[in-house]
Design a protein. Structure first.
Length: 416
């Protein structure tokens, strides 16, 4: 994938498909970078770009709504001459004629196309998954359905002990619902966090009344008549539920790109400027699989910082500006009063160092390479460890493991 030697006409038209965090930010970065041509932002949801992270927390507790979650105020789009077309789905891309066909029958011409189609909740693999009591959480509309059902005393079954499942479990307990989390793997957060973190979060949630079934799968949900359903597990256990939330991961919305013949592999393949194989087409955010130069691999990141970074890359490339400085990937998750911050990826790890005290709810797990370089850090209620760990991942400096292990030594003094 080259950085396209194709000049964008001065009054060119950038069409962005997907009005989420990445798409909305790309429109703003284009204007910040001095792009003066036409921008059209096409989104299939009824809301202008908004933040999804609060959907599993503040929204459920009634502390956020469609307006407070907006990425930018409603007047931003008109003021910056961004044509916002909501409730409109892009159906197909004609790469030869550079057109996007949309559901209202129109075809929108583009000079540059940015695919920012995000991801969707993975469907539940059990019988009864389409019953009204079985919910998922990706959009504000999903969050509203969940919020209405989360009454004090409600019996809530959460399928999946990943970030979304655990965040909803914490919110539901705070709202005095009864919560059981069913996780297929033997530990929580199995795909995304280390075993030390899994046990910590298990204990923390249990102390606050969340029940767990680890190593168990749901085989079926049966509507047992109003108001409850019966959830069947693979070991024969039956649980009663007023609602079942499925949080078993997300799949990238890559179908538009695939149908247009763009290479995809669980995400649209892009380079470090978010460009696809076609020099006229970019892809950004959750729908992409991108190079990770620090780790010598490609990865599909599902995070707000990644959506922002790739939106900057695409805007810079479209405006023929220098590439933005590479960023170390990071992510956060808020559960009860815990703030988990993660930077880097635990790849090529020779040693795991725990710094601080999990019993005091404040610690960090550092993943260190054989060359004593930090590859990743997972910090619970410990922002200095996160900040310094993230810096050290980016700088590739070696660290002294003894000093790293000793929480009495300042984190600023661990680099050699
Ligand atoms: P999205 O925000 O999904 O936006 C894509 C948009 O494109 C959607 O509106 C979609 O409907 C639309 N679209 C798709 N196809 C089409 C089409 N053909 N035509 C028109 N429109 C289309 N990240 C963090 O970093 N920290 C967190 O704590 C965190 N918490 C989260 C909690 C929840 C409940 C969820 C769901 C996500 C959370 N995330 C978190 C992830 C974060 O929200 C995503 O990484 C981010 O939203 C990605 O932005 P995006 O623009 O790529 O995708």
């Amino acid at each position: 994938m080259s950085n396209g030697d194709v000049e964008l006409p001065a009054a060119g038209h950038v069409v962005i498909v997907g009005a989420g965090h990445a798409g909305g930010s790309a429109a703003a970065f284009l204007r910040n970078s001095g792009f003066s041509g036409q921008i059209t932002l096409i989104g299939d949801e009824p809301l202008a770009p908004y933040q999804r992270p609060p959907l599993s927390k503040a929204w459920l507790k009634g502390e956020a709504n469609g307006e407070s979650l907006q990425l930018r105020p409603a007047h931003f789009y008109a003021e910056h001459d961004v044509s916002l077309r909501l409730c409109t789905q892009a159906l197909a891309i004609d790469r030869q004629r550079r057109l996007v066909h949309v559901a209202d029958g129109q075809s929108v011409p583009y000079d540059r196309l940015v695919l920012a189609t995000g991801a969707r909740a993975r469907k539940a693999p059990f019988a009864g998954a389409s019953l009204p009591a079985v919910l998922e959480l990706r959009t504000a509309a999903d969050a509203e359905r969940l919020k209405v059902a989360l009454r004090p005393g409600a019996k809530v079954i959460i399928v999946g002990g990943g970030y979304v499942g655990l965040e909803v479990a914490a919110s539901a307990r705070t709202l005095q619902a009864e919560v059981v989390v069913i996780e297929r793997e033997a530990r929580l957060l199995a795909r995304v966090a280390c075993p030390e973190l899994s046990s910590f979060f298990l204990g923390y949630h249990r102390q606050r009344g969340v029940a767990f079934r680890l190593g168990r799968s749901v085989t079926a949900v049966v509507d047992a008549g109003k108001p409850a359903s019966t959830v069947y597990l693979d070991d024969g256990e039956r649980l009663t539920a007023d609602l079942v939330l499925v949080g078993v991961g997300a799949v990238p919305n890559q179908e538009l790109a695939l149908a247009a013949g763009l290479p995809c592999d669980d995400g649209v393949l892009v380079d470090l400027m978010a460009q696809t194989e076609d020099p006229h087409i970019y892809a950004i955010g959750d729908c992409t699989r991108r190079p990770m130069p620090l780790y010598g691999c490609r990865w599909r990141l599902e995070s707000v910082p990644n959506a922002l970074e790739q939106a900057k890359q695409a805007a810079a490339s479209i405006c023929a500006k220098p590439a933005p400085a590479p960023e170390t990937p990071w992510f956060w998750s808020d559960q009860f009063d815990l703030k988990l911050q993660i930077a880097g990826l635990p790849i090529d790890v020779a040693e795991v160092v725990v710094r601080g005290n999990p019993d005091k709810d404040r610690f960090a797990v550092f993943h260190v390479s054989a060359e004593r370089r930090i590859q990743a850090v997972e910090a619970v209620n410990s922002p200095p460890d996160f900040v310094m760990g993230r810096q050290l991942i980016g700088s590739r400096k070696q660290v002294d493991l003894e000093r790293l292990r000793n929480a009495a030594v300042s984190i600023k003094e661990i680099a050699i």
